[in-house]
Design a binder for this molecule. Sequence first.
Ligand code: SF4
Length: 280
Amino acid sequence: MNIETAKHSGFCFGVKRAIQIATETAQSHEKTVTLGPIIHNPQMVEYLQKKGLHSIDDINDIQDETIIIRSHGITADNYKKLKEQDKKIVDATCPFVKKAQEFAQKLIEDGYQLYILGEKNHPEVEALLSYIDDTAVVVSNPDIEFPKPRKGRVALIAQTTQSEDKFERLASRLLSYCEELQIVKTICNATILRQEATRNLSQKVDIMIVIGGKNSANTTRLAEIARAEGCKTYHIETQEELKDEWFEDVETVGITAGASTPNWIIHSVKEKIKEMNETK
Ligand code: SF4
């Protein structure tokens, strides 16, 4: 059985940066917490917890700790509250997420009706909306009905981890309802590379194993892309979820991992698949 890993998979620049900032801060400050999990990978969050870096969900639970803002960013309201309370803040928001927030603000200021391709309840989109007073229309699926534009001038951006295909479909649908459409592709390059690599690999293997948090938007998208190519696909978080029957009559296995999946998890999955193959 051949096992091939996607050309681009695992940690992206923004996640590496956030983890580095978080671990350095935890080492140099006595009490440190992250507001929400630093990244969407439960195993990495648990690993960091063991190193003393805890995550809290409610801003009111913060006492005298230094607060690390996670890669997805936080809402404008929470940021203001932390500043007013004079809390110590270390900002690990990914620069590409910040860039999308700036584009959103500029497009609203310029008078466009803004559409965002994304998941309304994802922390990145919640933060994005908070900087524009919730004035955008969020569309998660361009193939079903969504509120039509009220203005002739419309703009479109995306959550950084959305798929290019969906983005193009939404752009094309919006174009039929307005006179002017400003498109800013805020999908980050790491996302595009991982999606392309997953698509290419899933076209040539018998099954795909997609590794990453079940709560990770970008990992879930990789699994969707592999399935859309007609490839039998399993989304797992760790090697413990692998099942012998998945590999029956399988000659080639493709492996990919979301931008928040650490290398040690990818490695342990590969090793486990090799071991299962040897004991068949
Ligand atoms: S996926 Fe892109 S936007 Fe998200 S953290 Fe990674 S580099 Fe930043």
